[in-house]
Design a protein around this ligand. Structure first.
Ligand code: NAD
Ligand code: WQD
Length: 334
């Protein structure tokens, strides 16, 4: 059985669908701090079965022990975490407690129960401001904000854990920019309040919830001056987790793996692609650069293909069409 922490969230809910389709048995563990039960009900409809759920907090060892008492857990996919960069600057201790301490408690309970297999949600943010693109896994690591540092610290903790006991099987998946939604249009990204990320902001503008998009800077050293990112469809990302689990027992070192498409798209590319997919106008204004942003960030994803047999298959058009289906069917989210 696979324990999926944060399984009610955006990436977790899509991964649950693919895990069940791949015949894995799953139990979700979530405290619903950034999600709702509705996402799980919708996943249940998609896969046509009930999904086991334990409500609890990863920082609470007793909550986690209940899961290990009730189920035979073979491995963990660990999505649970906070992810708002701006909030992490305002409330760093909240981020270190939830993301770093939470992961420490989780690993402790896993160890006590003889479960030593974990796939961790890391991020391209651990490359900081890369000297060159595309980014390879052996590039230097750094962080520019507390959220990023929490990911970097957890990576380091997991590497130390492996050094102390190499029975551990650890896969660090470094996601680039997850976007899109399940093609059914019934599950997707549902940010609280004003979205920080580009794609949900564009989608809410297209559906009429926001007046216009602020493009953060048009004077970067990129083809059109706006920031370039590696957007990856959330279903491709979910599939990378299934492949990580399929292969995890064959690894004899901590695996750090980029999960991206290898293609960079600018903010204006995304606006255009979204307008084409939605047949809606996305009004925008050029604004000043956002503090901490970098010009270009995209992966060299060839290692994922080599070690997981995984590569992204969804195009930017599908990312926009699926986001639009989700957004237009669910203008107010779940
Ligand atoms: P999300 O907020 O939708 O999902 C995270 C889930 O974890 C939520 O359901 C939340 O309620 C739960 N959670 C948070 N703290 C918890 C705690 N202490 N105990 C139990 N549950 C808790 O976010 P997401 O976009 O699905 O991201 C999943 C993971 O991937 C996160 O760790 C995030 O940092 C990482 N990641 C996300 C992105 C991105 O852009 N979405 C990029 C790189 C990495
Ligand atoms: C993408 C591009 C912005 C909003 C963040 C985190 C990172 C990772 C993914 C978790 C940039 C521009 C954005 C807007 C804009 N999360 N933009 N107007 O910054 O690449 O990465 O999310 O690990 O850690 O930092 O993603 O979607 O915020 O921005 O012009 O309203 O869109 O400047 O060029 P980012 P993003």
């Amino acid at each position: 059985m696979v324990l999926v922490t944060g399984g009610a969230g955006y990436i977790g809910s899509h991964t649950i669908v693919l895990l069940i389709e791949a015949c894995y048995e799953v139990v979700i563990f979530d405290n619903f701090s950034n999600s709702s039960r509705e996402s799980i009900y919708r996943v249940e409809k998609l896969v046509n079965q009930k999904i086991d759920l334990v409500e609890g907090d990863i920082r609470n060892g007793d909550d986690l022990q209940k899961v290990f008492d009730s189920y035979k857990i073979d491995s963990v996919i660990h999505f649970a975490g906070l992810k708002a960069v701006g909030e992490s600057v305002e409330k760093p201790l909240k981020y270190y407690d939830n993301n770093v301490n939470g992961t420490r408690v989780l690993c402790e309970v896993m160890r006590e129960n003889g479960c030593k297999s974990i796939v961790f949600s890391s991020s391209a943010t651990v490359y900081g401001d890369p000297h060159t693109v595309p980014i390879l896994e052996n590039f230097p690591l750094s962080a520019t904000n507390p959220y990023g540092r929490s990911k970097l610290f957890v990576e380091e903790i997991l590497r130390d854990l492996y050094l102390s006991d190499n029975e551990w099987k650890i896969v660090l998946l470094r996601y680039f920019n997850p976007v899109g939604a399940h093609e059914s249009g019934t599950i997707g990204e549902d940010p609280n309040g004003i979205p920080n990320n580009l794609m949900p902001f564009i989608a809410q503008t297209a559906v009429g919830k926001r007046e216009s998009l602020s493009v953060f800077g048009d004077d970067y050293d990129t083809p059109d001056g706006t920031g370039v990112r590696d957007y990856i469809h959330v279903v491709d990302l979910a599939d990378a987790h299934v492949k990580a689990l399929d292969n995890i027992n064959s690894f004899d070192e901590v695996m750090s793996i980029n999960i991206g498409t290898g293609n960079g798209y600018s903010v204006l590319d995304m606006v255009k692609a979204f307008e084409e997919a939605s047949l809606k106008k996305v009004p925008y204004v050029i604004a000043k650069r956002r503090a901490g942003d970098i010009a270009s960030c995209y992966a060299n994803p060839s290692y994922a293909k080599e070690v997981l047999g995984w590569e992204a298959t969804h195009s930017i058009k599908e990312m926009c069409e699926d986001t639009w289906r989700w957004q237009s069917n669910n203008p107010n989210g779940y």
